[in-house]
Write a protein of this length. Structure first.
Length: 596
């Protein structure tokens, strides 16, 4: 008689235990599938969760949202969130994090606002997700509102919230506020240090970025891959190869060398410093490559004239279903443009839409550049006329470059009129206009273009070349005599001049665009900055060491011819990076094939 009464509570206990074990096992399985990035198995488990009815448990929903987030399916994360009946602060945190981590900042902020309307108070997990979204948008005004809210409810001194604010302000290029928050933090972690280093690197305050990195190491900070990648990019932008190599060694010691973030930074470092072989080695050694690494390798190959390798890498990406983005296509179009491959350029431009990438003004500029360099100027004009958006400065600049190369002064004048309609433009484009007029002998128009620069208080960028020796960077300007080895440098140039003349070199003074006498033109072009840097390297570097010269402006045609002859006379490999690409001079030839 009493048997059912005794048995019933036992059945309830068994069912409760079974239920708890079931959903905890499912949570563990979801964690495992998230780590392995196994979408098919995850979808199957999700179906089982729905059938068993345990999706109502907030912890299960949290793991599902996180699963779809890590597999870069943020919209699926929002669908799971919408179907969750009981939403805890963890559930809100999960979905906002999923959206901000997967480049959906506007949606992330919309969910953040919806959460506030539902009366949920943000915590030290939710605030950083919201500020990250502001950082992606580069909108510090919204970030300031979130900052004020965090201050009001007492989260401003929290290390996670404070670090996310530093990172947000730095990414929005508001370095003064970022530094103020950083200096006032009672406790700092790797995110706050990395955010400040990245912020200074982003605005080219390289010395301060490196100083902070040294301070962070001095305080025993356990730096992460984001910290290392930011510092490596500083070395890449400043072409500090030796320091970059040392940090690469530090990455190896701390086992961060396999990070795809560090991998892309190292590829950029070695490429920008003229060691494309080092970039290849890094690319091949990193086991899991993200899109950033593929894009970094594509631009490295394009800038070094390895055009076939660019096409090969793009095919590899398609083979492993690595979806290209707008940067990927910019890299490929750049390669086509600087190799004179017009049919290929058109092919990849048309291919963009098939991959779901809408061509932007930069892609149109690359296509116009490709056509213009190849002499197809009227076709380039037709492309501009059919653009779905107004032509930008970069588009007109690309066409003007084609006009200059092919000496089409009539079209250059037409482009000049269109440029003036844009209003204020960069100093570089004004100089391009001035040089185009001067090359055609129209010095009055050239003077007007330069006067416009002076009237606006804009100075033409000084042409500089630099070379790294040991831990020091030696910088030269045209006709510069301030270097401690100036006497030896000019003696070396005079010696080279004799050998070059014997090899048949004759200075092309058409590249001197000022109205000066013939002898003065020859003297002016003879002491361009890259030649001073090369002469310094010849008297300083051992014979077996390649000479790597960096320039901030385009190498002129006469210097290009001269360096080819210098490489043959001296039997040295000379690598010159100008603001367009790399030139590898060896035995009288250049890797660009005289097409740049």
């Amino acid at each position: 008689m009493n048997y059912p009464l005794v048995q019933e509570p036992l059945q309830e206990t068994t069912f409760s235990q079974s239920f708890n074990l079931n959903y905890r096992a499912i949570c563990n399985n979801l964690l495992s599938l998230t780590q392995s990035r196994s979408l098919p198995k995850g979808l199957a488990l999700h179906a089982h969760i729905i059938k068993s009815g345990i999706q109502i448990i907030p912890l299960v929903s949290h793991h599902l949202i996180n699963f779809y987030s890590k597999l870069q399916r943020p919209i699926d994360s929002t669908l799971v969130f919408d179907e969750t009946l009981s939403k805890s602060s963890t559930t809100w945190s999960s979905v906002i994090s999923s959206l901000s981590q997967n480049e959906q900042p506007i949606l992330a902020l919309q969910f953040f606002r919806q959460m506030l309307h539902n009366g949920v108070t943000p915590d030290d997990h939710i605030f950083p997700c919201a500020t990250k979204a502001c950082g992606i948008l580069c909108d510090y005004r919204i970030g300031q509102s979130i900052h004020c809210f965090a201050f009001k409810i007492g989260f401003d001194s929290d290390v996670f919230v404070g670090s996310s604010l530093v990172d947000m302000y730095a990414k929005c290029r508001n370095i003064e506020i970022a530094r103020k928050v950083f200096d006032q933090m009672p406790e700092r972690n790797v995110v706050s240090w990395s955010g400040m280093i990245y912020g200074y690197a982003q605005i080219a305050e390289d010395e301060e970025a490196l100083r902070l990195f040294k301070l962070a190491l001095g305080e025993g900070l356990d730096v992460n891959d984001f910290t290392f990648s930011s510092v490596i990019r500083v070395c890449a932008n400043s072409t500090l190869l030796e320091l970059g190599k040392q940090i690469h060694g530090l990455c190896l010691k701390t086992s961060y060398d396999s990070s795809s973030f560090i991998g892309s930074a190292l590829i950029s470092l070695y490429s920008k410093c003229g060691l494309v072989e080092g970039a290849y080695r890094v690319f091949n050694e990193v086991p899991v490559r993200n899109l950033g690494m593929w894009n970094a390798m594509l631009i490295a190959c394009a800038q070094h004239g390895h055009t076939e390798k660019v096409f090969g890498l793009f095919k590899e990406m398609e083979g492993i279903v690595m979806k290209p983005n707008f940067i990927t296509f910019l890299c490929v179009l750049y390669a086509c443009s600087h190799a004179g491959l017009v049919p290929e350029g058109k092919f990849y431009f048309d291919l963009m839409k098939k991959h779901g990438v809408e061509p932007g003004d930069q892609h149109y500029a690359s296509l116009v550049d490709c056509l213009g360099r190849a002499g197809k100027l009227q076709e380039a004009v037709q492309v501009i006329e059919k653009m779905p958006m107004e032509p930008t400065e970069s588009v007109w600049g690309a066409l003007l470059t084609g006009c200059r190369i092919h000496k089409n002064t009539e079209l250059a004048a037409y482009v000049a009129d269109r440029v003036l309609e844009l209003g204020p433009v960069s100093s570089g484009l004004h100089v391009l206009l001035s040089n185009a007029y001067a090359a055609a002998g129209r010095y009055e128009e050239a003077a007007k273009a330069r006067k416009m620069l002076r009237d606006r208080g804009v100075k033409k960028e000084t042409g500089l070349s630099w070379v790294e020796e040991g831990n020091k960077v030696h910088t030269f300007a045209a006709g510069d005599r301030s270097h401690s080895k100036s006497k030896e440098i000019y003696e070396k140039l005079d010696e080279l001049g004799e050998h070059m003349e014997q090899a048949g070199y004759v200075a092309d003074t058409n590249y001197v665009l000022q109205q000066v006498a013939g002898q003065e033109k020859s003297e002016t072009i003879r002491y361009h900055s890259e030649r001073l840097a090369i002469a310094f390297a010849l008297i300083t570097f051992p014979p077996e060491r390649p000479i790597r010269i960096m320039k901030n402006l385009r190498v002129c045609g006469d210097c290009h011819n001269a360096i080819k002859i210098i490489s043959k006379c001296t039997k040295r490999v000379i690598i010159v990076r100008d603001n367009n690409r790399f030139h590898r001079f060896e035995d009288g030839k250049c890797s660009c094939g005289d097409y740049w």
